[in-house]
Design a protein around this ligand. Structure first.
Ligand SMILES: C[S@@+](CC[C@H](N)C(=O)[O-])C[C@H]1O[C@@H](n2cnc3c(N)ncnc32)[C@H](O)[C@@H]1O
Length: 271
């Protein structure tokens, strides 16, 4: 088995205390500036509340760096800026969204950064510990749901104006991905957007033997999947073409955007 974590540089480990402290201050400042400049809103205290960071528990579902609260808040705020810019670039005002779902919310690393924008906020996840944690710490502001390993979700057709899934379809097995893609399509209002992240081969696959990757992409129609088939340890990489094949039955694929050191964002509009 290949680990995606093996090549992580020292500054990205949870012990890189000074690095993450500075990153947290920087990205929360940037996000706060964006809220104020674009929407006239301020940061919410929950966006930087150490009492609501999972600490060591994060290691069960996430990169170990995120067990450091500074890293947890820094990376969440940084990612939120990506989502906001992508929505804005495709003509959506994030403050005008009625209902937003964070599918695979984990410990609410991103969910919380929607609080100042004011949509009806929902999160769902298949991992009981993560759902219990979010219910405890965010449940007064976010409607949290524990979903099963197979669809469906307990929401009406067309319920949401935006759904995002950050580092979730990277763990869902290839055989299960179309069922979940169809379920997200069902709960989205026609014309609304979804953003789903996908592994970037130049970031998360740098340790994978090239010949193994090539063979798998050839034999599995553009997909390379590895790990042990648990939620946390199954990894799925798909080429742009394979991502387009997965989503296009229900969505227009507006763009697949790369981000420095981060996963790709597959930016979708529900037909
Ligand atoms: C790497 S974590 C990302 C958590 C969060 N989105 C974030 O970015 O911090 C992957 C999450 O996806 C969840 N997940 C995996 N398969 C899922 C499924 N079929 N339904 C809901 N959640 C799922 C896991 O339980 C885990 O919380």
């Amino acid at each position: 088995m290949t680990s995606t974590q093996a090549s992580v540089p020292a500054f990205m480990t949870p012990d890189a205390v000074d690095h993450w402290r500075a990153e947290r201050a920087y990205w929360l400042d940037r996000l706060g500036d964006h809220y104020r400049a674009e929407y006239g809103r301020d940061l919410d205290p929950l966006q930087s509340d150490d009492g609501t960071a999972p600490g060591a528990a994060a290691g069960s579902i996430q990169h170990s760096a995120k067990t450091n609260p500074d890293a947890f808040f820094a990376t969440g705020a940084r990612a939120m800026l990506f989502y906001l810019r992508e929505l804005e670039d495709h003509g959506v005002n994030p403050t005008a969204l009625g209902a937003v779902l964070d599918f695979g919310m984990g410990f609410g690393r991103l969910t919380r950064h929607w609080l100042p924008l004011g949509p009806e906020l929902f999160g769902s996840d298949v991992t009981t510990d993560a759902v219990d944690f979010c219910t405890r710490h965010l449940g007064h502001r976010v409607r949290v749901n524990l979903n099963g390993f197979d669809p469906d979700l307990p929401y009406d057709d067309g319920r949401f104006d935006f759904v995002f899934a950050n580092s979730v379809f990277t763990h869902i097995q290839t055989k299960d991905a179309p069922g979940w893609a169809e379920e997200l399509a069902r709960i989205l209002r026609p014309g609304s957007m979804a953003i789903i992240t996908a592994l970037d081969e130049n970031v998360q696959l740098v340790d994978v033997p090239e010949r193994e990757r090539e063979r798998s992409l050839r034999e599995s129609n553009g997909v390379y999947e590895w790990g042990n088939e648990t939620v946390a340890q199954n990894y799925r990489y798909a080429t742009d073409a394979a991502e387009r094949r997965l989503w296009s039955p229900w969505f227009e694929v507006l763009e697949i955007r790369c981000h420095f050191k981060e996963q790709r964002h597959v930016i979708l509009r529900r037909r």
